[in-house]
Every structure is written in structure tokens, then in C-alpha cells.
Design a protein around this ligand. Structure first.
Ligand code: CP
Length: 310
């Protein structure tokens, strides 16, 4: 595997082996010396055209833990602001020594374009493109679910409920694809205006009631941020009306099974799609998801840059 631009590039076996590698690599993060020489001499560039806390920093930590050199590129302080194209930017970064480009871009398909146009020979890893995909987020979510239920293979038979702004969510799309690949049953729930066409064909059941979806006792409840920055127009009448129907709080939090897991990719809008009570609940995996992001990104960088499994 040279690139990772979509979950569609993975088979069930390759996804499981990436999760296995991430599980092994997570042990490095518990050591006193958190470093392996695996990618010594390689250079990873984080090419971010959108803001990020978790993804950018965890790719940086992951690359450094594998002894790669890391360059962080932010579009607003670069020559992109003077009109430089994606092609020229990527070729410039490769001329400066990049072996891998980790790209976050507001346009769906930008990482795939970079990987397929032969502009560069560096590996391309999608760190989130528009509303399209966020494959490493789905992998870290799957690792978190595996660990939460003590599983070592796939997620067969688990029921996962994804709630909120499905329409604008690259996290939801990558998760629906990966969870299906790993044998989980996926339901999405949210206001009708925020459920995209074609989601059933991707492998999800649709529910328009949070309570009804919770009454089927999902093993995992994954809450999503409402992505106001991607909305053209009004998708719900008010923040209060959205929260009243779709926030994980109060009675709805009480409906979540005692052994179920609560996930949120972050950043969370506490009091909007999730209450602080839910975010800080013992069933919440939010910080474990962040830690697992480092291990998953180590596994992906290693696989793309060495072409090998551990
Ligand atoms: N989950 C996620 O992609 O978070 P960031 O936007 O902070 O990277």
C-alpha cells in the first residue's frame, strides 16, 4: 500500500492487519523511550488546508515516534495564499524532500487527485477531504471499538449507531464503509435534512428518531459534530431545536447500555450535540480515540512508506 485516500482501498484483511499493527505500535506509546527507528531518513509533510488539532498533531507525533522528519505546512501562512496551485505546492514539497504528504483539504477528492495524477511520487495520505472521507479516523474508531470489547479480529455482530450531521461528515462516510467491511451493523440517525441520499447503499440503516435508534440497544453510540462551516442554508430551525431532538443528554444518555461505548471524533460542541455529562461519562472513549490516533497513524505511515507489514 503506497497511499491511503479512502477506506475503499482496503480489504477486510488489510484493514484488520492495519489494526493489528496499530495495536502492536500502541505499546511504544507506553514505553519510557517512545521511539522506533523504522522510518529514519524519511520525511513526512503535513499539508493542511483546513484547521486541525487531533489529526495534525497525531500524524506529527506518529511520524516522530517512527524517527521520520516532519514538516508542518499551513496553507494560510504559505504561498497558497498568493495563488499557488495544489500541484505546484505538492511538487515543491517533494523537491524539498517529502516522502509522504498527509493532506487535509476542503475539497472532496483532493487527496485522490494528488495520488493519481503522477504529479509526485511521494505517498499520499488523506487526513480529511471535504465531506468525503477521513480514513484514519475510521481506523482509530475501529481500534477503539475493538479494544472496548476485547476483540482481536473484526467487529462482527456489533451494532453501531452514528448520530447527527451525517450529510457533511467525512467521519461518518469512512466509518460506514469500514464498519461494514469489518462486519458491524450500522444505523445512522439524524434530522432528515442531514441524512444524505445513498447512505443505505453504503451499508447503513436510517432512523429519524434518536430514541427509537437507542431502543435497539446499540453497542456503540458515535456522536458527530454539526458542521456549520460546510452548511449552505438552514438544515434545522435552531440550535435549541437540534439539541432537544439530537443531543446525547439526560434520558437519552440513560438509554445507552451500561457496557456500551460513547464515541465522538472531536472537536466536541458540548451542550449542542453532546452534554458534558455524556462527554465525561465512564463509557466515553473520546480521549482513548485521540490516543489511538497516534498508533493508527504510525501503522499507516509505516505501511505506506515501507510497503511492509510489521
Ligand atoms: N477528528 C478530527 O479530525 O479532529 P481535528 O479536526 O482536530 O483533526
Amino acid at each position: 500500500m503506497k497511499n491511503l485516500t479512502s477506506i475503499r482501498e482496503l480489504t477486510k484483511d488489510s484493514a484488520i492487519s492495519l489494526l493489528d499493527n496499530a495495536q502492536q505500535l500502541s505499546q511504544v506509546n507506553d514505553r519510557e523511550v517512545k521511539k522506533l527507528p523504522a522510518l529514519r531518513g524519511k520525511t513526512v509533510v503535513n499539508l493542511f488546508f483546513e484547521n486541525s488539532t487531533r489529526t495534525r498533531i497525531s500524524f506529527e507525533v506518529a511520524a516522530k515516534r517512527l524517527s521520520a522528519d516532519v514538516i508542518n505546512f499551513s496553507a494560510d501562512t504559505s504561498s497558497v495564499s498568493k495563488g499557488e496551485s495544489l500541484k505546484d505546492t505538492a511538487q515543491t514539497l517533494e523537491a524539498l524532500g517529502a516522502d509522504a504528504i498527509v493532506i487535509r483539504h476542503p475539497l472532496s477528492g483532493a487527496p485522490k487527485l494528488l495520488a493519481e495524477q503522477n504529479w509526485i511520487s511521494a505517498s499520499v495520505i488523506n487526513a480529511g477531504d471535504g465531506s468525503h472521507e477521513h480514513p484514519t479516523q475510521a481506523l482509530l474508531d475501529a481500534l477503539t471499538i475493538r479494544q472496548g470489547f476485547g476483540l482481536t479480529q473484526d467487529l462482527s455482530g456489533l451494532k453501531v449507531l452514528i448520530v447527527g450531521d451525517i450529510r457533511h461528515s467525512r467521519v461518518a462516510r469512512s466509518n460506514i464503509l469500514l464498519l461494514n467491511l469489518l462486519g458491524a451493523n450500522v444505523t445512522v440517525a439524524g434530522p432528515q435534512t442531514l441524512i444524505p441520499f445513498g447512505v443505505e447503499e453504503m451499508g447503513a440503516i436510517v432512523s429519524n428518531s434518536f430514541e427509537e435508534a437507542l431502543s435497539s440497544k446499540p453497542d456503540v453510540v458515535m456522536m458527530l459534530r454539526v458542521q456549520k462551516e460546510r452548511m449552505q442554508g438552514e438544515f434545522f430551525s435552531s440550535t435549541e431545536a437540534y439539541s432537544k431532538a439530537w443531543s446525547l443528554e439526560g434520558d437519552r444518555l440513560n438509554m445507552v447500555g451500561k457496557d456500551s461505548l460513547i464515541l465522538h471524533p472531536g472537536p466536541m460542541n458540548r451542550g449542542f450535540e453532546i452534554s458534558s455529562e455524556a462527554a465525561d461519562d465512564p463509557r466515553s472513549q473520546v480521549l482513548r480515540q485521540v490516543s489511538n490516533g497516534v498508533a493508527v497513524r504510525m501503522a499507516v505511515l509505516y505501511r505506506c512508506l515501507s510497503g511492509e507489514q510489521l
